[in-house]
Design a binder for this molecule. Sequence first.
Ligand code: ADP
Ligand code: MG
Ligand code: MG
Length: 903
Amino acid sequence: MAKYVYSFGGKTADGNGKMKELLGGKGANLAEMCLIGLPVPAGFTISTEVCTYFYDNKKTYPAELQKQIETAVAKVEKIIGTKFGDTKKMPLLVAVRSGARDSMPGMMDTILNLGLNDQTVLALVAATNNERFAWDCYRRFIQMYGDVVLGVQKAPDEDHEPFEVVIEGLKTERYQNAEMEDTKLNVADLKELVARFKKLVKSRTGKVFPENPWDQLKGAVGAVFGSWMNDRAKVYRRKYGIPDEWGTAVNVQAMVFGNTGESSGSGVAFTRDPATGEKVFYGEFLMNAQGEDVVAGVRTPDPVAKLNGIMPHAYKELEGVRKTLESHFKDMQDFEFTIQDGKLFMLQTRNGKRTGVAAVRIACEMVKEKLIDWKTGVTRVPADQLEQVLAPIFDRAAVKSAKVIATGLPAGPGAASGKIYFNADRSVEANAKGEKVLLVRVETSPEDLRGMIAAEGILTARGGVSSHAALVARQMGKVCVCGAAALQIDYHKKTLTVGDKTYKEGDFLSIDGTAGTVYAGELKTAPSEIIQGLLHGEKSAQESSTYKNFVQLMDWCKKSTRMTVRTNADNPEQTANAVSFGASGIGLCRTEHMFFEGDRIDAMREMILAETLEDRQKALAKLLPYQREDFLGMFKELKGLPATIRFLDPPLHEFLPNDKESQAALAKKLGVPVEKIASRVHSLHEFNPMLGHRGCRLGISYPEISAMQARAVFEAAAECQKAGVKAKPEIMIPLVGFKKELDLQVAVVHEVAAQVQKEKKVKLSYLVGTMIEVPRGALTADEIAETAEFFSFGTNDLTQTTLGMSRDDSGSFLPHYAESEIVKKNPFATIDQKGAGELMRIAIEKGRSTRENIKLGICGEHGGDPDSVKFCDKLGLDYVSCSPFRVPIARLAAAQAAIAAAK
Ligand code: ADP
Ligand code: MG
Ligand code: MG
């Protein structure tokens, strides 16, 4: 018989920590914690296979399931010594918890205190002699069950949860204070809430609240499976690339109670600081509360260290747990606990989400502590997160003169300025219009996710560092300040008031998520310590631990990588930056970028307007010195590293002015009639410039252009070498689909090279190769490799031409493709492995069949995308190339790929 249900409790478990696919992350680790002797309330996990079955079979369950659940409940009853639905003695209450393979914080739904009804609540009262506690559990249960299972939720036009509205109504009615803490509600209040909640459920759903615990359980399990396909879970999965097929598990677990009184509480803690990575016990707890209160950010909790004074015994136990978790899981853990009458229970643990800065620090320090080896350290930093480490901080001078209007908790580090918006939808709209947005909320809930994605930063008035807002912000690398209690937010008026000052929606504020400060207005930002240390050579920045850890990580990358990382650069400054970041050369120099600067564009235009070869050569002669200077500057910065230089690529019309006024100005400058310019612009017009007269097609029509470019390269190389610095140009002919195209261009290059070497009396070493960026080029790569000494995959154009989809025009339909999951990831950001990626594979195979050691690289935008970098490693490329500021990211991804491949 198939096994769908896995029990845990009493130091044994059917599953273990390795079974995340089947049991979900939460279920697997609950089992693992039991096995290592931590105090976990007994329970069982319904496997992800049931979720898959559920969706494959019109939301029904396997026939054996019910029986297995009953057996598992009986096991829990035996361990705990209570019975589910008992109306005489202490009843067994359970939590029904979701648990995907990867944690999806707050995205799925949890139901606590299940098993309560009008009879069992009385049994609970009698057994605990704590009437207030029992009714508090009951009202919580109806609230959660009503929300999650019965769908009593806020409508799009409501700003508050309907149950919260009822609670606030009662508080106002009875205490004239809508803001008072829930813990101050007495038994009569709670009984009244239970009655009103049931009424609310009846009026919103037309149904009576279910009394039978087994019906409740069934409903809750169905709701957790159902929540796998709800909107916010889908948005979340799309953002993090989690496939729909994975499914969630359901955990049913005996309740422990943090709300029995002043010797109880619930908390969330991290074994190290997830914002900075510092090795301190970091976390918070709420006295007399159930865990949801902490995560929901409804009340602002106390730091966990304070527990030491209140319940020293439990605190000590907790400190012990912290050590056990790290030495067992060998990674920073994020765990949830409840203390019931002074006794500690563990409810969850997982590898903690952390900021980029924290990830780097934790990896480096754990290696130092010998908890992990250095290669593992390299794999611990998600390559994309390095972007956060390089992100700007507020300019020190700007901060000094800025006005602090409030302080809160530093929940997501970094610096962000933006216009404030109080609602997720309006944030998304504003962001779509190109505005920088700060999302400001009293507290955030999972419904705000879209708004958080659109925002530069998130600011909340309530909630702690483990509130939903903080958790999600850190993971997305968003700047976040939480619990800034001085902020008075009026959703209705769309205003934010601090003291006597009021800010309207659309006003600028700035937040520092590293310090927890909120500033009025828009503040200037400054580069991170790493940038200051690496690129500007600032000594004080180089002393910082952020800088040192980064350098350490990059050293490890160097030791473990197979591929090297080059950069896309068009000028000496970009080249210098990239070299400081550890680039091993230039992978793509787009020569046309050089033609736009200053007077050069005039010479370029003159060349384009020329009618005879002679006139064209005259204009080209003016361009030659500019190009030579540029190349020389780059060769010098490269100090002997190779530079792949691509010849002119874009269609010529891009260089000519389109409007009448600029055409007139140009005519005057060049002393030609304006009609001539207009007519040339007209004749250069193309219906599909992307597929038009561009790339090597230009050099085929006008070989003199290629000759000039070749001369600029070789003269610069000669001069550089005379100055004692080796130059290694690799000339790259773009858009080749036919071997003959390349042959013709290569002949020009060799001829010029021979001339220059003779003239300057130097010996130059150079390569000539091509970009593989049209399907025919890939498919005939064996022929092309007879001439080409290297291939560089131009995956931007290769993706466009493979898909028959213009990147610049894809904005109107690609979002729908993502929504309908036709494409899992944007193919212009991450290589479409089955499309463009397959053409790459074919080209490599064919290229190598002709030229065994042909040099292979990639220079499309994809070269800086970690997933694509890993794919390139698998294909066996020699290098990837990306923009200077992504070089560290690509280096890390490349090292990780090599480490994974060696395993
Ligand atoms: P999420 O995945 O959103 O974190 P959880 O399943 O962890 O959801 O549940 C949310 C909160 O409910 C937890 O933080 C915990 O405090 C509380 N909780 C979960 N299970 C139990 C339990 N068995 N007893 C008491 N509280 C629980
Ligand atoms: Mg949890
Ligand atoms: Mg191209």
